[in-house]
Every structure is written in C-alpha cells, then in structure tokens.
Ligand binder design. Structure first.
Ligand SMILES: CC(C)(COP(=O)(O)OP(=O)(O)OC[C@H]1O[C@@H](n2cnc3c(N)ncnc32)[C@H](O)[C@@H]1OP(=O)(O)O)[C@@H](O)C(=O)NCCC(=O)NCCS
Length: 170
C-alpha cells in the first residue's frame, strides 16, 4: 500500500519557507545547478562560471544581488534572484527578477508565485520602485502576479516578453 504522504493525498500541511543564500550558503550549489541546467548548459556556459556567480551573490553584503530559495519541509524546491542586470540588450534597465526555477515535480503549486512575491518584497525593502524581467516561458504567471508586458525584445535570435512591475509600499 502506498502511504498517503507519498501519493500526494496527505492533509498534513507542508512547511514552506523562503530563505536567502546569504543566510544559507549551503544552498548555493543546488541553485547554481538548477540555473545552469535550465538556462546555460545548452549554450555551452561552464557550470563553474554559474557556481562562481552564485557564490559571489551569497557572499555579497548588498541588497542586490540576492538569491532566494523556497524550502518545502526543509527541502529546496525553487529559486529566484534580484539582480542588477540580466539582459545584455537592455542595460539601461535595472534591477531585474531573474533565474526563476522550480523543480519539475513541484510545479503548479504556486511556488513560483511565492518566489515572485519574495523578490518583490526584497526590492521594496531596498526602496526599488520598478522591477524588470524577460521571459519566453512564464509570461502568464508574471501577468497574474501584477506584471505588465511592455515590449517584445529579441535575444539570441528569439522573441521574449520584457515585463515590468511597479512596486507600491506594503
Ligand atoms: C516557470 C516555472 C518557474 C513555474 O513554476 P511553478 O511553481 O509551476 O509556478 P506556479 O505554480 O506559481 O504557477 C504555475 C501555475 O499554477 C497556478 N497556481 C498558482 N497557485 C497555485 C496553487 N496553490 N495550486 C495549484 N496551482 C497554482 C498558477 O496560476 C499558474 O497557472 P497558469 O500559468 O496556468 O496561469 C517553472 O515551470 C520552471 O521552473 N520552468 C523552467 C524554468 C523557467 O522557464 N523559468 C522561468 C524563466 S522567466
């Protein structure tokens, strides 16, 4: 017999927490690995380069860059970052929500939406009024979270939605 907890029918609430790699440097490696596999591996970027950037972010004493990690019952399942620059073609815009990733088996439970909220809150604390991102996979999730598509930008020969979020105090 499959225990309830293993077939997704358990009613036990899951403990969800969002932490920063600045406070949990032990999570740097997993976030770098997710990011490399999702966004960089195919274009030949070495993992060491992504790991080095993630390590630098965790060691930074500044509000930007920051990487957050969503934990479910203590296990890391997703990540997102607040970063100064993300899109080479638009270095006039800053700062950015970047590197959003949720593990495949944990998708569709609102975790990306929570990570968006966490990055937005970091930005508010840093008195940032406007955040930017670009995406070709998750425009609807961001739109549902209050982001607006301002234009379509070309990057590596592909169209991406350039989105902005105006932050109010809360
Ligand atoms: C894009 C990505 C981060 C989304 O993660 P996710 O955790 O599945 O996202 P969410 O659960 O927050 O939202 C997914 C859907 O679940 C819905 N949802 C929100 N809360 C929910 C909940 N409590 N229960 C079930 N579904 C929920 C959302 O409305 C959304 O639906 P829609 O897109 O059909 O409107 C994930 O698919 C991923 O890592 N993809 C690969 C990397 C990538 O493309 N990153 C984005 C770069 S910009």
């Amino acid at each position: 017999m499959v225990p309830l907890a293993d077939c997704g029918l358990s009613r036990t609430p899951r403990a969800i927490a969002i932490v920063s790699t600045a406070d949990r440097p032990d999570l740097v490696h997993v976030t770098a690995l997710w990011r490399w596999e999702a966004f960089y591996r195919r274009s030949g970027v070495p993992f060491a380069q992504i790991l080095e950037a993630a390590t630098r972010t965790a060691a930074s004493a500044e509000m930007i860059p920051r990487t957050v990690v969503l934990l479910v019952d203590g296990k890391p399942v997703g990540t997102a970052s607040l970063t100064e620059h993300d899109l080479q073609e638009r270095r006039d815009l800053t700062p950015w929500l970047a590197g959003m990733f949720v593990e495949p088996q944990a998708r569709g439970r609102g975790y990306a939406t929570r990570l968006i909220g966490a990055v937005e809150q970091l930005a508010r604390v840093a008195s940032i009024k406007t955040l930017w991102l670009y995406t070709d996979t998750a425009e609807r999730i961001y739109a549902n979270a209050g982001w607006w598509t301002v234009e379509i930008v070309q990057h590596n020969g592909k169209p991406f939605a350039l989105m902005r979020r105006d932050l109010q105090k809360s």
